[in-house]
Design a protein around this ligand. Sequence first.
Ligand code: 26V
Length: 802
Amino acid sequence: MENHVSQKLKTSIEKIMEVNFGNNIKNGNKRQVYEAVLTATNEILAEKRYEYSKKVKEQEAKQVYYMSMEFLVGTSLKNNLWNLEAEDDIKAFLAEYGFDIEEFYEMEPDAGLGNGGLGRLASCYMDSMTTLSYPITGFSIRYEFGIFKQVIIDGWQNEFPDSWIDQAGYWLNPRADEEIEVHFFGNIKEHWTDKGLTTEHTDYVSVMAKPYDLFISGYDTEAVNTLRLWSAKSTSGFNMDLFSKGEYVKSTENEAIASSISKVLYPADDKIEGKSLRLKQQYFFVSASLQQITKEHYKKYGTFESFPDKAVIHINDTHPSLCVPELMRILMDDYGYVWDAAWDITANSLAYTNHTVMSEALEKWPIDLVKSHLPRIYSIIEEINRRFCQFIYTNHPELSASIDKMAIISEGMVKMANLCIAGSYSVNGVSKLHSDILKTDTFHNFNIVYPDKFTNVTNGITHRRWLCQANPLLSQLLTEKIGGGFKKSLSDIEKFNEFYYDEAVLSRLREIKKENKKRLADYIAQKNGIEVNCDSMFDVQVKRLHEYKRQLLNVLQIIDLYRKIKFQGFRPLPQTYIFAAKASAGYFMAKEIIRLICAVSDMVERDPDVRDFLKVVFIADYKVSLAEIIIPAADISEQISQAGKEASGTGNMKLMINGAVTLGTMDGANVEIYEAVGPENIFIFGLSTQEVNDLYHRGYRPEDFYNANQSIRDVLEFIKSGGIGGKNFDSLYHYLMYSDPYMNLADFASYCDAHRRVEEAYRDEARFTQMSLKNIANAGIFASDRSVTDYANHIWHVKPVQ
Ligand code: 26V
């Protein structure tokens, strides 16, 4: 039976063909029909959104405002049609006219408004919140260019701009009626008035923030939420005076400066950069969003006393940390609140999630930069800092010696994590291990002062995208065996454990994996020109390229394996190593590691002695839509970061739910995967967090491991002597031998041993499929539906609006 939504969609597609193109589907070309399908789907969501937001308003429900510099949305058409349960009908409808819906899916570019895990998590949470009918609005920037396109030339990564809006802009609904002005630079003046001391911000530069709403659909729900993306433009357009004097270029300068703010996503995840433009981006979207939120609240309630009961503003990592002083500014300067009252409201409305313990990533800004760009905001931060330090001296004199570490302003810098902790009522990490490290190490002193603030919410993923849509065959099998309830409630997937001994199901699982491997193999053949053997074991490491994630350790093992096949007659199980990863553009070491992977890939491919046993493939331009092809095809999931460094990881969860078995360290959420599947269904190796710390304090000496292990010596000398296709990798050799903060060599032996255990398990087909089944069946806790329910109940205190 065709549903009501499908019928509406069809009518609407036909109508749009007429109105936009003066055409009909029968005679329309692919591009026209593509536009009509996206536009029609967007319209359905707009209507649902209208109805849902009316309900939210009527019920005066508390809302979540999720502030994030990144939302890695990926593509939307398939997701929206699937959520509306209209995919099959629309597919059939288009087929009637000779159009293949898969081609439309391929035409849609990813909205790549994020770097990696943090941005994708934000998008998974929007999906889950909506599916569970919680009101949430995401706020970010409408970057004209998302994460760069990666092209590999001779092993070297090159970056190209990603202009996505032309082909995906149909999802962006402009709201010119809700533009907001944001102020930069200028001076502040203080006056005594009858209300006390008031502050005036003068001579500022104005930038207009124009909102574009992207509707977020959910599955089996009336709810539609919005992701509001702000675009920057000048308040004045071009300068008429200059224009009429013939200074055409100069007359548009203001506009160019303003629009640079929303031009491009910062593509770095290797270090924070104290750049003026980045600070402007942060304040721009924070200020526009908070002005809108407070304006709406005031219109409805006429006071901010009720603000913490009606709104919670979530700070996704420190990038939106200016929420703290900006909310203070709005309450004091725009609505006349005195400091204490404003602080009470602010500190009870903000919650903060930390996503990394890497010290290079803890954001701080030079005082002078903040002061010049945001003078009023800086004066507020100074006062927050003064009061905070006073509080520590008075109430925790034992921490006085640590004040430099805890202060919000110290050592010439504004420390954003400290600002977030002081200004939020809740601080959480993203896995059990990570949250423990925050409490006992990174923010140890803060945990003494505010023990009740710190908590954990383990990350999750939306299985609707990562299982149901990316792996329809597996989803179909699950539906047959345990019913479709898991789509809405992933804890049901546990029932799949009952099929542990069911030969027919195990054999179906193998067939499905094989199909998914074929699909990936086709992609690889087309893009890389490499033929891979679908009977070989697919070992997958896909994630951003970073030293701490240790793709290098993976390659060292592969080189060792290569040498054992080539020179020692070793005959391993045929295996295919698949990598995909973007490196930050200026991150030399990361780019060298990509170059090494590509060189090893070439070397193996050219070697007839080895290539039947071993393949290495680096797939370019990793992104959400590519992940959806790779992940369902994986047998082994490489999660090999140095223990204590990966806050959680979420790729590990996506791979697990698709039946890949984890080969990993006890890091991030791997620890919880281990607890979920049991020691016999995961391959763990390497030093623990404690052992890493101990070795660090004793002093890590790579030569100790070099001297103790023949394979390490062989591999390193092979690299040094030009063994890898005659290419020079001295930089990596030196890194491994003389610096290497991530101690690759310390885990090498244990990692190789784990690989041999993997091979042995994989050889026993039945046993390996059972491991795979256990991973699928025990992935329930990694649903982002579970994560957002934790946030809703324990941090946000919000309820669904039905
Ligand atoms: C990371 C790093 C790491 C090294 C030094 C510089 C630097 C700068 C930025 C970043 C990215 C910041 C945060 C981030 O993306 N964290 C990721 O968040 C995911 C979602 O919680 C989590 O699964 C990943 O483990 C975590 O790395």
